[in-house]
Design a protein around this ligand. Structure first.
Ligand code: HBI
Ligand code: FE
Length: 284
């Protein structure tokens, strides 16, 4: 995230007051519409931990959540808190917050004509998509370790590799659960279209999670993913990452090429081999 400029009203760490009382009725109504649509969609599709946390954190109360109230509940569970920011923040600032168990959330909410697509993360993506799993102890540990690992990756010039791990887990991760596959990534969970596509469409690959393989894999930012990686459990993800030393892994990766977003390798654990029909039809 280069070239971002900190607005004058933000603190040095880029946080701003949420000013919850200043949200308008129409902004609260936008949250309610998005919440209603996504929470219905995710029943039976999202990981149990995600669905249960929506209840436990009382995210089902009407309107944009007041971070002060949310933080009382979340803090009691895992010690995490949510802080408001204007939008995207520089990588170093982002990592520093995570390392201190603070999740940065956009204060703003998308306009009614942007319900399905926006470029910068807003309060719906950040709070509905990300915050539920911060109530899960194993996932919360993983997020904190990601922040600490990000700070180390900066000096090792390996942020691009580490960012792929975030992308394919925190944003677009799937998990084996209940004899099938469920959603846990925030980018999927907060998207109406992708929460169907990621699980049910024949187009994308669904491959078993492999840490080194994931860090070599390029990703799309302009469309649904061509490949999703499926973890066995949050505890397994925690064990494979929090307990690993990434410095030697980055050295190994430096000698290996990137993998294209749609590739399937002979070494992959293939749960579903994608037809990639979506991209083919979009390219016409
Ligand atoms: N800023 N607000 C915000 N939210 C993010 O998810 C975010 C960010 N800055 C950088 C970033 N993510 C990622 O590019 C890092 O994981 C590398
Ligand atoms: Fe996100």
């Amino acid at each position: 995230m280069k070239g971002l400029k900190r607005p004058p009203y933000a603190e040095d760490d880029w946080t701003i007051p949420q000013d919850w009382a200043d949200y308008t009725p129409s902004e609260h109504a936008t949250w309610d519409r998005l919440f209603e649509r996504q929470s219905k969609m995710l029943r039976g599709r999202a990981s149990d931990a995600f669905v249960k946390a929506i209840d436990v954190l009382r995210l089902d109360q009407p309107g944009i959540p007041d971070f002060a109230v949310l933080n009382d509940r979340l803090g009691g569970l895992t010690g995490w808190s949510v802080v408001a920011v204007p939008g995207l923040v520089p990588d170093g600032v982002f990592f520093e917050h995570l390392a201190h168990k603070r999740f940065v959330a956009g204060r703003f909410i998308r306009r009614p004509d942007q319900l399905d697509y926006l470029e910068e993360p807003d309060v719906f993506h950040d709070v509905f998509g990300h915050v539920p799993l911060l109530a899960d102890p194993a996932f919360a540990d993983y997020m904190q370790a990601y922040g600490e690992g990000g700070l180390r990756a900066e000096s090792l010039h390996a942020i691009d590799k580490l960012a792929r791990l975030y992308w394919y887990t925190v944003e677009f991760g799937l998990i084996r659960e209940g004899g099938g596959i469920r959603i846990y990534g925030a980018g999927i969970a907060s998207s109406y279209g992708e929460s169907v596509f990621a699980l049910d469409d024949a187009s994308p690959n669904r491959l078993g999670f492999d840490l080194m393989r994931v860090m070599r894999t390029r990703y799309r930012i302009d469309d649904y993913q061509q490949t999703y990686f499926v973890i066995d459990s949050f505890e397994d993800l925690r064990r494979q990452t929090v307990e690993a030393d990434f410095a030697p892994l980055y050295e190994t990766l430096a000698g290996q090429g990137d993998i294209q977003p749609d590739a399937v390798l002979p070494t992959d654990l293939v749960l579903h081999r994608g037809t990639q029909a979506r991209l083919r039809s979009r390219r016409g």
